[in-house]
Write a new protein. Structure first.
Length: 325
């Protein structure tokens, strides 16, 4: 047969990767777990505000600086006499309202077809970045504004003048908190990233680190910012964050009692939240929903957290100023 023959293009097919991606996006529980894995590696605020509270009304009432002692001291009691009665007062009452922090991301079918899982991973990372950036910034601002107790460093931790006395400055702040006799036991030092870099590279503190480690790959230098050697010094955990509102201030605190997050789990179709072995929601309060948008050939991924940071014991923290002059 002669003449030109025109062949129709082959019909589009779904590869295994594309089917797997769409099945993954269709299951919000898997999406939530992926996002939660990313955010857990990035959050700093939840390592400072470690308590987790829940509300069903959107409002939380709490008391600050509740004294651990009765209002009156014990008195000598004579034989046959009545024992004195004392009140056990509470701290000043406060209230806070939760805020719905949320964000969506769009993943088109075209981008999935061309870039496979890479485009999904980038979308998840950007969602997590926005989630952490906002909530961490809000929470750490609340931390900074709540702490009023402070002393100046003996010298700059940057080593610009006299030799830094980092551990002495921290131990002096530690003593100030313990001397309040409220049962506080500080365990965490919160720093901006520049001050954190000065701390973990200080010669005196480096002398406190193990001289021998199990393998070159585990050495403090190669392990970098995530090294347990670099962050756990003198019995304190050092945390560095770029989201602190003020630089050049170190905050020593008792992370066990200092404060926490109050989250609300709103009942709404399509949202999922991971749960622990006890069936209760996990501590990060992250909620995720996936929405198929057939009119635009795309997936819409929604991440939200309905929360408010709460500082319960501001006296469990002490600021050291002038650490980066």
């Amino acid at each position: 047969m002669t003449g030109n023959v025109t062949f129709a293009p082959s019909p589009a097919t779904l590869s295994g990767d594309i089917i797997a991606i769409n099945r993954f996006l269709k299951d919000p529980l898997w999406v939530m777990r992926a996002l939660r894995t990313i955010t857990e590696q990035m959050f700093i605020a939840n390592k400072v505000l470690t308590s987790q509270m829940w509300t069903e009304s959107g409002t939380v009432g709490y008391e600050q600086n509740e004294n651990i002692y009765a209002d009156n001291s014990p008195q000598p009691v004579a034989p046959g006499a009545e024992y004195p009665i004392t009140t056990t007062g509470t701290g000043p009452a406060s209230m806070a309202n939760v805020v719905n922090w949320g964000q969506d991301s769009i993943i088109t079918d075209a981008s999935i077809s061309r870039q496979k899982f890479d485009v999904v991973g980038r979308a998840f990372t950007k969602l997590a970045n926005g989630h952490v950036q906002k909530i961490d910034s809000v929470a750490l601002s609340a931390v900074a504004s709540a702490v009023t107790q402070n002393t100046a460093a003996l010298s700059s931790w940057a080593g610009t003048g006299a030799a830094p006395a980092i551990l002495r400055d921290i131990m002096r702040a530690f003593a100030n908190i313990v001397n309040l006799k409220q049962g506080y036991m500080p365990d965490t030092v919160l720093l901006d990233t520049t001050t954190f870099a000065n701390v973990v590279s200080d010669d005196k503190l480096a002398a406190l680190l193990p001289r021998e480690v199990p393998g070159v790959s585990n050495s403090p230098v190669l392990a970098g910012w995530d090294s347990a050697y670099m962050k756990r010094i003198g019995g304190f955990t050092f945390l560095g964050s770029p989201n602190l509102p003020v630089a050049g201030v170190a905050t020593l605190l008792d992370s066990k009692v200092f404060g926490g997050f109050t989250d609300e789990k709103q009942a709404a179709p399509g949202y999922v939240m991971s749960t622990g072995k006890d069936g209760m929601p996990d501590a990060d309060g992250l909620q995720v929903k996936t929405i198929r948008k057939d009119d635009t050939d795309s997936w819409r991924i929604r991440c939200r957290r309905i929360t408010v940071p709460v500082v319960l014991e501001p006296r469990a923290a002490w600021q050291i100023t002038g650490v980066n002059l």
